[in-house]
Ligand binder design. Structure first.
Ligand SMILES: [Mn+2]
Length: 306
């Protein structure tokens, strides 16, 4: 036996130290683009930090789902993107690469700023049809323009509904709390969807969230569902390393309760975005992101065994 067999895999640059992507059922891919932020940039470095934080999760079974994604997971590394090109060109390239990955794998994408979700949804809609959407965020991302520009990291939800990528009635936003015009903040609700603001979630944890989670499951039913998780849904105490932090947010345990209890939905993919390591402390933010992605993957892998 070589000593390497026993070494803790802290030198891998792949999620959970998984192998390079081949014919695995599940794929992780980085989308290192942060050219559409309004405030602090840096989310292009999110994927590599989240991968590094994931390494402590690489050896063992999930405590709720009793599985590991290792064996069915490969890491596709980061997309290579035309970072200095117009946003539409960057998004076209993200969509092209995401489509190729989705054709062969159940995909988890690691951002990147939240503008990357629009092309990921375009690729997912082409494959699965109109999607249900579960959207964790401090921000509604339903602004009709981006400080005078047509699109950015705060417009994609509006655009996804307008384009028919997601069904407004089956869109659920969780954790919202930022300032903004009422028309933007309540857009999804006005279109027939569900919003649970961070204020409504105050003091609710564990079983205190179950009835709300049952409402979400009843609303979405069997529809193909996409998860987008902006790390700034968390309070900055749990996730300081992000571009647009908003105090008064969710706790890590609240998000984990949602992810664990919503596991039965027909998930077709997810992204986790807006981790900006330069503003992080003690790897809090990247560790939270890695744990959320790991929880999602374990929930899906557990279903394979049923
Ligand atoms: Mn946000």
């Amino acid at each position: 036996m070589s000593i390497g067999q026993f070494a803790y895999a802290n030198n891998s640059n792949r999620f959970l130290a998984a192998p390079a992507l081949q014919d695995h059922a599940f794929a992780v891919a980085g989308v290192p683009f942060d050219g559409a932020v309004t405030n602090r940039p840096g989310a292009r470095f999110g994927p590599q930090e989240i991968r590094r934080a994931s390494l402590m999760l690489c050896d063992g079974l999930h405590p709720v789902f009793h599985v590991t994604p290792l064996g069915v997971l490969g890491d596709a590394q980061d997309m290579r993107l035309p970072n200095a090109s117009p946003l539409a060109d960057v998004r076209a390239e993200i969509e092209r690469q995401a489509s190729a990955l989705m054709a062969a794998h159940h995909c988890v994408f690691i951002g990147g700023d939240h503008s990357v979700t629009l092309p990921l949804l375009r690729a997912a809609k082409a494959r699965h049809g109109e999607l249900a959407l579960v959207h964790f965020d401090a921000h509604c991302d339903t602004w009709e323009d981006h400080f005078g520009e047509p699109s950015g990291h705060g417009t994609w939800t509006y655009e996804a509904i307008q384009e028919g990528l997601v069904s407004a009635a089956h869109t659920v936003q969780i954790g919202l709390r930022s300032s903004g015009a009422r028309a933007a903040r309540e857009y999804v609700k006005d279109q027939g969807g569900l919003i649970y603001t961070a204020r409504e979630l105050r003091g609710k944890d564990g079983s205190g969230l179950y009835s709300l989670i049952e409402d979400i499951k009843a609303r979405i039913g069997e529809r193909p569902c996409y998860l987008t998780l902006d790390i700034d849904c968390l309070d900055p105490a749990f996730a300081p390393g992000t571009g647009t932090p908003e105090p008064g947010g969710m706790s890590s345990s609240q998000v984990l309760t949602f992810l664990e209890e919503l596991a039965p939905l027909h998930w077709i993919g997810m992204d986790c975005v807006e981790v900006a390591p330069a503003y992080d402390h003690a790897e809090l933010t990247s560790t939270a992101a890695a744990t959320f992605i790991w929880t999602y993957l374990c929930a899906q892998v557990a279903k394979l065994a049923l």
